[in-house]
Design a protein around this ligand. Sequence first.
Ligand SMILES: CC(C)(COP(=O)(O)OP(=O)(O)OC[C@H]1O[C@@H](n2cnc3c(N)ncnc32)[C@H](O)[C@@H]1OP(=O)(O)O)[C@@H](O)C(=O)NCCC(=O)NCCS
Length: 217
Amino acid sequence: MKKVLILGGQGNASVIANAIMDANKRGANEYQFTGYINDRDNAEEIEGYPVKGGLGDIPRFIDEGYYFLNTIYKIDGQRERIQLFDSLNIPDERLAVFVHPTAYIAANVEFGPGSVVMPNAIISTSVKLGKCARVMIGAIISHNCTIGAHTFVAAGSCSGSNLKVGEGVHISMNCTIREFLTIGNYSTLAMGSVLLKDMGELEIWAGNPAKLLRNAQ
Ligand SMILES: CC(C)(COP(=O)(O)OP(=O)(O)OC[C@H]1O[C@@H](n2cnc3c(N)ncnc32)[C@H](O)[C@@H]1OP(=O)(O)O)[C@@H](O)C(=O)NCCC(=O)NCCS
């Protein structure tokens, strides 16, 4: 099995780690979760699993044959976090692509390197997931959507068809998005919102119907 390290900690990294281990119990044998990369608090373990090192140790782990997933993002600060990730120069072929076996995935879905699909997600025909895009538990992405690199599609959200979603976007829990819309880079749609109009770049929208709440940093 390919040994995977997840950049991040409790929260998105640990839920993905647990999904990988659950996939193994169901017979999947492509990836083995082996620990976290985390520079915070000098922690040696997170929820019982080892912190193998910090970001500075990544070149060594690349040499040692590890694969990687990234979860280090921030709603106000997506550009900086993506620049930080890019500065690590992890080769695309060393980014894992993890799809939990309970997800429904149409046969022609395209996965960018480092993309993740969590349990019970549904991804319909002709969807393209960008590099490091993450589709969380129970999220639904309808047909012909393009989801940009480093974009997060949170649990229970429902995306209509033919969306063009930019880079580093955060679609929050339980959102509903009308078909044929565009969401600009580094923008966030707040929890439970119903989006009926296009969103620009670096914008945070909220509510039903969703309206501009503020600009993102
Ligand atoms: C969009 C978001 C980032 C806004 O956070 P924030 O900037 O800290 O905003 P605040 O909580 O200070 O709220 C500011 C205003 O927006 C409103 N607001 C915040 N979130 C809202 C939402 N989801 N829907 C409607 N209004 C919302 C607040 O009521 C408040 O209004 P007020 O000024 O009239 O009192 C946050 O609500 C959100 O959705 N986070 C993502 C959560 C998520 O997806 N988590 C999944 C991770 S696993």
